[in-house]
Design a protein around this ligand. Structure first.
Ligand code: FPP
Length: 277
């Protein structure tokens, strides 16, 4: 099982292979397919988003048992403002009611909740709900749940680069910290290990582009409202079966025993997490 989030919080993005092996698993999910799920049932798209909130609850509950210590969910991109006003308003109301109704469950299950993205275009009520949920769940160490709202990876890169324009020389660690500040994220969040996209599309849609440099990608046709613990486990199993080389070479035959141990660790002890849950 991966250790608690607090043990890994200080590790910067873009660190060495050793640091990568010793921290918990970061899974990011592009939750797609809500609208089609609803329309296929003859319902308004908002019904799909509401069902999507149920899938968020199921996923958050299942994540720690699979060895996941950071879970980042893409709820609303900066480009989603282009959607019709009633859909945008419905989503914003859903986010606010989720944050107001879920924070005590997060406290109970030791989940730390953060929201990443711009806040200046959100309503005062949603901003207040975000601040309240973040401050009340700050002590959570079992899972760091990050919800991306009004998020754009490219805008974040531009904001970070602008904030560092006078900083030379620049390192990956310093840039990663500026990137976190640009989206109001707590510092020290590890790189994405596994990026899942539901709903049948196969693209990244401006999500965590820097942080996913070495992420393993898993795409599933399952629409987000139907996504469940078994789907998460299946994605994690696929991830655990992949060999991650981070640009290096595969294991040499001479080092077979050592490498088996390292690889086991590199997969974030994810299979142990499954048997424990
Ligand atoms: C993409 O599906 C989904 C969204 C833009 C919204 C995601 C929101 C939720 C899952 C609601 C619950 C979230 C929280 C954090 C409480 P789409 O609408 O683009 O689907 P489509 O491709 O089928 O049209």
């Amino acid at each position: 099982m991966c250790g608690d989030v607090s043990e890994h919080r200080e590790q910067a993005i873009g660190t060495t292979g050793e640091a990568r092996r010793n921290r918990g698993c970061h899974v990011a999910i592009i939750m797609d397919g809500n609208g089609r799920w609803a329309q296929g049932r003859g319902c308004p798209r908002q019904v799909g988003h509401m069902a999507g909130a149920g899938a968020v609850r199921r996923t958050v509950e299942a994540a720690p048992g699979l060895g996941i210590t950071t879970l980042t969910l893409y709820a609303f991109s900066a480009d989603n403002w282009q959607r019709p006003r009633p859909e945008v308003d419905g989503l914003m109301e859903l986010f606010e009611s989720y944050l107001r109704s879920e924070y005590d469950r997060c406290v109970e299950h030791r989940v730390r909740l953060s929201v990443i993205g711009r806040r200046d275009r959100l309503s005062a009520g949603l901003r207040d709900a975000i601040e309240m949920a973040e401050s009340r769940t700050r002590g959570g160490t079992r899972l760091h749940l990050r919800i991306a709202i009004d998020y754009s990876a490219r805008d974040a890169v531009v904001a970070a680069a602008t904030s560092l324009r006078r900083t030379v020389p620049l390192s990956r660690e310093v840039f990663a910290a500026a990137l976190a500040r640009a989206v109001n994220a707590p510092p020290g969040t590890p790189d994405v290990d596994l990026l899942i996209r539901t709903g049948g599309e196969r693209r990244l849609s401006d999500f965590l582009l820097w942080e996913s440099a070495y992420a393993e990608l898993v795409f599933t046709d399952r629409p987000w409202p139907d996504f469940n613990a078994e789907d998460l486990e299946s994605a994690v199993r696929e991830f655990a079966g992949r060999e991650r080389r981070f640009g290096g070479l595969g294991p040499s035959p001479d080092d077979a025993d050592v490498d088996r141990l390292v690889q086991h660790d590199a997969h974030c002890s994810i299979t142990e997490g499954m048997t424990e849950s």
